[in-house]
Design a protein around this ligand. Structure first.
Ligand code: HSE
Length: 428
């Protein structure tokens, strides 16, 4: 049996402790599968005194992740601190420069600085692996990088923030408004310390940018993702969309088009009976379409101790086995600079308008849509007591530009009250 693979773990939160437990509980299994024992030599976290649900007494303690990254008795630096700047980034750079392989769950860091880190790792001949950074326990990085390496990928999409999916499905099942369910999610501890990362779509966009890079051979381009969070999704829209056979999901979609790379994260309607439509609670789903494989759907826990630690360990085992791959599936120097394109792929749209209930109001709306080149597929007016009428429209396929044009023109009809709502209906 070869020499043990020695880990230094920086960050002992939920995921870090999950990794410690797997290593302690599955020593034989890990050793058999890796061809060598997998051991922890040193650990580091902010607070040494904190009561943790694991026996850490056998491991050397470091107060600073940078010192952990420099240790001679560490082969693999496991970064579970988080954050796109500061200590996590510095410690990873030190680890790579001192000849260590790195495993991280840090999606923000990879989405923003992935190219520089990949170049650094490959220059040093080291591995930088990050299965846990996208969709928790779902093996999506490995699937894209290895299992689907023979495909030209046409589209990657998914629900990759469990907190948002929890909020949206709970709003529907309990009939509660966004604010009430947001508060529930906070009390249940589902929200990130900065909740905007979740509900603002940022966390999910970090993940989408990473998947795009692997799928399309481009440098990660988080700042080119068109992002809209779930804050403006109302219980009204969730209910109306359900009436029309749809669910609302915070959906990330990346596709390479003739105009460039489209990456968008936004609340979208998907058919209620599709796999994405049926995704409940905090679960994640990633859908990948390749020219040979067709469509594949991956579903599983996107967060939590066990699932995320499972993903970290898959990277550790690959390193122990001696598997060394380019960080984003092809050498970093061959990744092209992404040419971002604003979404132009046509789609059907859902529109909710509140109309003055008076003669000719509907005709004025229809005329604005017609002038924008938008054709109506279905329309429904709901019962109402006041002098305004809620109207729902599902359009035939049209372009985002045409929808923007119509949304701008609608208030000028003088028959609309409130803001018109429009949501894309994604073909899945
Ligand atoms: N906050 C994320 C989620 C988990 O709710 O899915 C970590 O990425």
């Amino acid at each position: 049996m070869s020499a043990p693979l020695r880990l230094g773990i920086a960050g002992l939160g939920t995921v870090g402790i999950g990794v410690v437990k797997i290593i302690q509980n599955h020593a034989e299994l890990l050793s058999a599968r890796s061809g060598r024992p997998v051991q922890i030599t040193a650990i580091c976290a902010r607070d040494r005194q904190k009561n943790r649900d694991a026996d850490l007494s056998d491991y050397a303690w470091e107060d600073c992740a940078r010192d952990l990254a420099r240790r001679d008795d560490v082969d693999v630096f496991v970064e579970l601190i988080g954050g796109d700047e500061g200590i996590a980034r510095e410690a990873i750079e030190i680890a790579l420069d001192s000849g260590k392989d790195v495993v991280t769950a840090n999606k923000a860091l990879l989405a923003i600085h992935g190219q520089a880190l990949a170049e650094r790792a490959e220059r040093q001949g080291r591995s930088l692996r990050f299965e846990a950074a996208v969709a928790g326990g779902i093996p999506v990085i490995k699937t894209l990088t290895e299992s689907l390496a023979g495909n030209r990928i046409s589209r990657v999409m998914g629900v990759m923030n469990g907190t948002c999916n929890y909020i949206l499905t709970r709003m529907q099942s309990a009939g509660l408004p966004y604010e009430a369910v947001f508060e529930e999610a906070r009390q249940l501890g589902y929200l990130e310390a900065d909740p905007t990362l979740d509900v603002g779509g940022i966390d999910a966009s970090h993940k989408l940018a990473i998947l795009s890079a692997i799928a399309f051979g481009t440098q990660p381009a988080f700042d080119a993702v068109e992002i809209e969070g779930i804050e403006r999704v109302s219980i009204d829209d969730i209910n109306r969309a359900a009436d029309m056979g749809y669910r609302i999901k915070l959906l990330g979609v990346a596709q390479m088009t003739a105009r460039g790379l489209e990456q968008r994260m936004s609340p979208c309607l998907v058919p209620a009976d599709s796999p994405l439509g049926q995704l409940e609670g905090g679960t994640n789903m990633v859908v990948i379409e390749g020219d040979s494989v067709g469509q594949i759907v991956l579903r599983g826990a996107g967060a939590g101790e066990g699932p995320t630690a499972s993903a970290v360990m898959s990277d550790v085992i690959e390193i122990a086995r001696g598997v060394r791959l380019p960080v984003f599936g092809q050498p970093a120097e061959t990744l092209s600079k992404a040419h971002p394109a604003r979404t132009a792929v046509p789609a059907a749209y859902y529109m909710r308008l509140t109309l003055a209930d008076k003669p000719g109001a509907l005709a004025k709306i229809a005329s604005v849509l017609g002038d924008a080149g938008i054709s109506i597929d279905r329309m429904r007016q709901y019962g109402h007591a006041e002098d305004t009428a809620p109207v729902l429209i599902v359009t035939h396929k049209t372009t985002p530009d045409a929808i923007d044009h119509a949304i701008e023109a609608l208030p000028r009809t003088g028959v609309i009250t409130g803001e018109p709502v429009e949501l894309r209906i994604e073909e899945v």
